[in-house]
Design a protein around this ligand. Sequence first.
Ligand code: PFF
Length: 453
Amino acid sequence: MSVHANRDGFATKLGVLTATLGSAVGLGNIWKFPYMAGENGGAAFLFIYLAATIVVGLPVMISEIMMGRHARANAITTWKKVAPNNSLWMLVGVCGVLAAFAIMSFYADVVGWIFSYIFQALSGSLSSTDPAVAKAAFNATVSSPITAIAWQWGVLALVSVIILGGVSKGIEKTTKTLMPILLVMLVIVCIRSLTLPKAMDGLAFLFNPDFSKVTGEVVLMAMGLAFFKLSIGMGTMMTYGSYFRSDANMPLTATRVMLADLTISLLAGIAIFPAVFNYGFEPAAGPGLLFMTIPAVFSSMPFGQIFMTAFFVLTAIATIGAMLSLFEVPVAFMIEGGLGWSRAKSTIVTALLLGGFGIPATLSFSTMSDVTLFGLNFFDFYDYLSSNLLMPIGGFFICIFAGWKWGKERMQESLSNNGTLNNTMIISAYAFIVKWVTPLLVLTVLLKGLNVF
Ligand code: PFF
C-alpha cells in the first residue's frame, strides 16, 4: 500500500492552528527566551528578537509551509519534488533532519528536569524564596547522571507513544486540548509576579533597552532564538505544512502563530523578571533561571504548592507539542523517504537514536562537564549548532528557493489557495521580503555573528 495514497493530515482548521502553534510554543518561550534576555541585556535583546521574528521568522515560516503543502511530503522528499533537477537542494532537508536530532538531544534533557520538578514541587521541597535553596535544588536535579538520563528517556518514551498514534489522532488531538490551559496558568503567574513589591524593577529590565550590550554575537543569538521559537529553517514547518488542509490560509496561520508565540514569550518574561528582582536572583543565571525563580514566585502565595505543581505540569505539556513536531521530522522521512519503514519502526529507531545522542547533553552537567567541542560542552554545542548555524543556514536557502526559484505565479497560486483567498497585497509584500530582505539579513547576521567580517 502506498503511504502517499492515504497520507494522514490535520483534520480540522483549528487543528492546523493548534498543532502549528503547539510546535512553536515550548521551552523556547518559557525557559530559553527569559534566560537569554537575562544574559544579553534584557530589553535590547527583546527588541532585536522582535525584529528578527517579524522580518526573518515570518517569511521563512510561510515559505516552508507553502513548499511542504505543495509537495505533501516530508522535509527531504519535499526538496526532491520542488527541485527535481537539482539534487543539491536536498542537502537543506538533510541539514534539517540533523538539526532536529541536535535539538531533541538537549530538549528532552530539559523536559526531563521539568518532569522531575513536578514531583519535587508536589513533595514541598521547592517551597522556598531563598535563592541559595533554589540553586541547590536545581544543581541537584541536573547533576545526578542516572536520574537525569532516566527522566530524559522517560520523556522520549512518552513522546514516542503519542507519535505512534499518528498525525490527526496523536498530534492534533493532544495540542488542541492543552494550549488554552497553559495560557490561563501563565496569566495567573504573571498576576502574582506583578503584585510583588519590586515588580517594576523586573519590568524595567525587560522593557528599557540598553543597547550597549549588543554585539554581533548577541544579534546572531536573537535571530537563532527566532528560528528556534518558530521551529523554522529545518523542515519542521515543511513537514507540518504537508499536513495542512488545502483550504488553510497559510500566511494568516503563520502570522497568528507568530503573534501568539510572541505573546506567550512576553508573558513568560513578565512572570519571571519581577520575581528575579524581588527575591534577589541573578538575571543572568542561564539555563537554571526558570527553575529557580518560578518556585520562589509560588512559594510566596496562598496554595503555592498546588499552583507550582500545576505550572510545571503545564510547561511539561507545552513542550510535548514542540517535541512531537521535532520527532515527526525524522519519522516522516523514514516512513516516506525511500526507507519505507512503518510508523512504529521509524518511531522506535528515532527514539533509540535520540536516547543515544542525548546522553552526552545530559551528562554535560555532571560526569562530562569537562568534555568540550569547540569550547562548548555537548549541551551547549547541540544548542549552538542548531539555533545559530543549521537553522539560519537552512532558513537562508529556503528563502533563496522560495524567493528566486519558486516564481511569483506559483507563489500567488499556492498562497491564495488557487485564487480562493483575496490576499494579493500580502503575497506581494511577502514575495518582496523573502527575495530581497530576509536572505540578506540572515546572511549578514550569520557572518557577523561568526566574526567573519
Ligand atoms: N519551537 C520550540 C520551542 O520554542 O520550544 C522548539 C522547536 C520545536 C524547535 C520544533 C524546532 C522545532 F523543529
